[in-house]
Design a protein around this ligand. Sequence first.
Ligand SMILES: [Cu+2]
Length: 335
Amino acid sequence: MQVNQDPATIWYHSHIHERTAQQVYNGLAGVIHVTDGKDDDRGLPSAYGIDDLTLVLQDRSFDRSGRMVYEPSMMDRMHGFHGNRMLINGQSGAVAAVPKGIVRLRLLNGSNARIYNLFLSDNRPMHLVATDGGFLPQPVALKVLHLEPGARAEILVDFSVAEAPVLMSDPEQAYGVLAFAVDETLSARITSLPDKIGSRLEDLTGLDTKTRQISLDMGMGMMMGGGGFAINGKPFDMDRIDFNVALGSVERWIIRSSMVAHPFHVHGVQFRVLSEDGSPPRPENSGWKDTVLVPGETEILARFEHPATKEKPFMFHCHILEHEDAGMMAQFTVS
Ligand SMILES: [Cu+2]
């Protein structure tokens, strides 16, 4: 198989319809680094496990005997399952050892439904360098990083100053995600932030040849026990191809959420966010994306460069896994 995409932090997981949530929850997920060997030229840390850490953020629930449990209630089916404990790379209470320099954190939100609003406990900046589909042209300093289920973000953090902070989530109701400790025996290869990383982001504006409306529907039916989750009024049907997209084309998709914010994900493409509720995209959404949180109405421009057949179509769906399993998913071909 030929890998034909830009360097990026990507992941894979079970996608069996109606069992995705349970299987991902139980551990059927992993990370892939797509690299081109040029991170030194970019001035980016790339020593795996030393100054280049891959962090899979997942919340899980444990019962009193310490067993991990997945028993979604009606509320969990509506809002997605939220656990009572944070696991990083499957570990609870871990502390990440880091060198006294610039460290690259590849963050993956591998949770079933939890949205993270990440910040560092001493409010030092997180320098965003890559989103789902690859590098930004230059680092963007953020105090809070929003990361929806399915999404990835690469950030640089400078650990050369003061005590190492704790990675936290939700400034309003803060909880710890991961603690760090500086280990001076680890080599700090990178000591200053790069000023330029990727090439200029290609502007897709005006290249779109077709507009599609996508509505992420949650009907009242689910109150009575399931049902009501759909896209454009239709629950997922494996035997139905929803539409075909012309190979090589750019399309504008206008995505709308009903009732709650849904993380919208498309397979086989990367897209650019054009607007979020009528405003320009926030910094986390300014690069190439394949997942975006849609609180209201989000417009994207997607370029379809990879073919997809009727036998192996691409999916698009809500990345709250309980919603996806309940029918908030559709499929398309590219030819
Ligand atoms: Cu959803």
